[in-house]
Design a protein around this ligand. Sequence first.
Ligand code: ADP
Ligand code: MG
Length: 199
Amino acid sequence: MSNYILDAKDLTKTYEENEKKIAALSQFNLQVAKGKFVSIMGPSGSGKTTLLNILGCLDKPTSGQFMLDGLDITKMKEEELPKIRAEKVGFIFQKFNLIPTLTALENVARARAKTGLEIVKLLGKLSFEEQRTIILVTHDKKMASLSHQMMFLKDGKLLKGEKKGTLETEHMDEFTCPKCGGDISPDFVLCPYCGTKLK
Ligand code: ADP
Ligand code: MG
């Protein structure tokens, strides 16, 4: 069995439009270990939504294999997927307007008054403290940099040149003020709660 909670091999997804075939994903490979926080960036049309649909078990690839927590999703029947999604996947949309089924993620979703960056920091905590695996698609470099691994998608393929995010090298505690413990951004110079100089 694969050591990865997400293991995608040679995924392709082709859409057909006016008898023209569009390869939204081509020979896509991704392996993510449990508890890792991976962010994916890429221009419009690069295949991000197609990929999330497959990783979230909302859709199946045209070819290739996708294993989720040891289950071969590509071999499953359509009607088996809702149960798998309910048990293994949580979704948080851009506007944070859907409460996922996972309790831990409900906590994140409940924090609607928070900014996007604060939500992403909470996701980082979840991956660290509860070994939740997070896949974040964003156009925001600062948000992406809070993950373990930043990946870049173009024309349905991952570009080489992944970057390590700050989570790979730093503990999330480093995003709290050393004096008062308040939640801060890594780039803050002064703590907004107690005024401690941070840099
Ligand atoms: P992104 O989310 O990065 O903008 P998408 O996954 O939405 O990329 O789209 C990737 C490519 O697949 C684009 O060329 C898009 O036009 C095409 N595509 C996506 N969904 C469909 C669909 N349902 N039918 C036809 N083409 C689609
Ligand atoms: Mg999209």
